[in-house]
Write a protein that binds this ligand. Structure first.
Ligand SMILES: C[S@@+](CC[C@H](N)C(=O)[O-])C[C@H]1O[C@@H](n2cnc3c(N)ncnc32)[C@H](O)[C@@H]1O
Length: 304
């Protein structure tokens, strides 16, 4: 039986994996990386459910995170390992989970993974060029990756639930803006203040720092440019399915664990055209044999 997800994002990512893994030719255990795995809750959910959804498929899940991003408390990664060891004692989590610095290349050999995924990570990555380059390097040819994250295009900033705050490049202005909107009751300040009392000035200072230093939102076209640079054709084809999952959860419907693979390009294009302004998008990248070089003179001659 598939266990209930703690977050709709986890359930959505599982349904995309189940859909995309179909038809991928795999002769060895599927190696799957959760990059930016944080507290390991997604790894826990997938370890419990990926095999249940894909009977007979052997798989190994790995995790990677960074120690110097600044948003995680010291020692958080040891806690992640401890939690997973308590949950699945037979898996060698110390070998599977790695923590690096934001400037490091990933500690895996080329073409190591069949699948890479991330949940709410891309908007926190400081060096996105390195991030996409490492996806391209460590993904096996024929493998794929799935990333759920917010774009710069979205109207609301997801951490503060304030409009447009992530689009400002001036810290001073951002801080004053957060303070003004928080004072009139917008965003998360009210809730934050009821659980951990803070003055609106301190709240605005701390959260302006958070948005300014620890988020790095990409626009829709910047994502496409980066993916193109690293020879990873990008698709946002499952974006609307995340919203359908949310609706199903609100109306207490059953979750869907497999999505339609045969899709309408126009509907998917229209969905991302609109939903990029709303909330999270789902990016799917496939690493295939790419035509990347100009033909040699000899090849040109042969073609004539
Ligand atoms: C909002 S948290 C999401 C954590 C987890 N994926 C989840 O869904 O709960 C963002 C995570 O991205 C990680 N992160 C930030 N920059 C990163 C990078 N360059 N490479 C890998 N992970 C990164 C952070 O350390 C943090 O764990």
């Amino acid at each position: 039986m598939i266990s209930a997800a703690e977050s709709i994002t986890h359930q959505h990512l599982l349904s995309v994996l189940n859909t995309e893994v179909e038809g991928v030719s795999i002769t060895k255990p599927v190696r799957l990386l959760d990059v930016g795995c944080g507290d390991g809750l997604l790894i826990k959910y997938l370890t419990a459910n990926f095999g249940v959804c894909n009977q007979g498929l052997k798989f190994e899940i790995y995790g990677l995170d960074v120690a110097d991003h600044g948003v995680q408390a010291d020692g958080y990664f040891e806690k992640t390992i401890e939690n997973l060891e308590a949950e699945f004692p037979d898996t060698p989590w110390k070998d599977r989970l790695h923590v690096i610095s934001t400037k490091d290349v990933w500690p895996f050999s080329d073409c190591f993974f069949d699948i890479i995924l991330s949940n709410q990570v891309v908007e926190h990555v400081s060096d996105q060029d390195l991030f996409f380059s490492e996806i391209g390097r460590t993904l096996v040819t024929g493998g794929f990756s799935v990333h759920l994250f917010h774009l710069k295009n979205s109207f609301y900033e997801s951490h503060l639930k304030l409009p447009l705050v992530h689009r400002f490049s001036n810290h001073d202005f951002m801080e004053k803006y957060i303070k003004t909107l928080s004072k009139i009751g917008w965003g998360k300040y009210k809730h934050h203040n009821s659980t951990s009392p803070t003055s609106v000035t301190e709240f605005a200072e701390r959260h302006a720092d958070y948005i300014f230093f620890f988020t790095n939102y990409l626009s829709y076209s910047e994502v496409l440019t980066l993916c193109k640079k690293h020879y990873l054709p990008a698709s946002f084809r499952y974006t609307q399915e995340y919203y359908f999952s949310k609706i199903r959860s609100i109306i207490k419907g059953s979750p869907k664990y497999k999505l339609t693979k045969n899709r309408s390009g126009i509907v998917d294009w229209f969905a991302i055209f609109v939903l990029k302004y709303v909330s999270s998008v789902t990016l799917v990248l496939h690493k295939g044999e790419r035509y990347t070089q100009q033909p040699t003179d000899e090849q040109k001659q042969e073609e004539l």
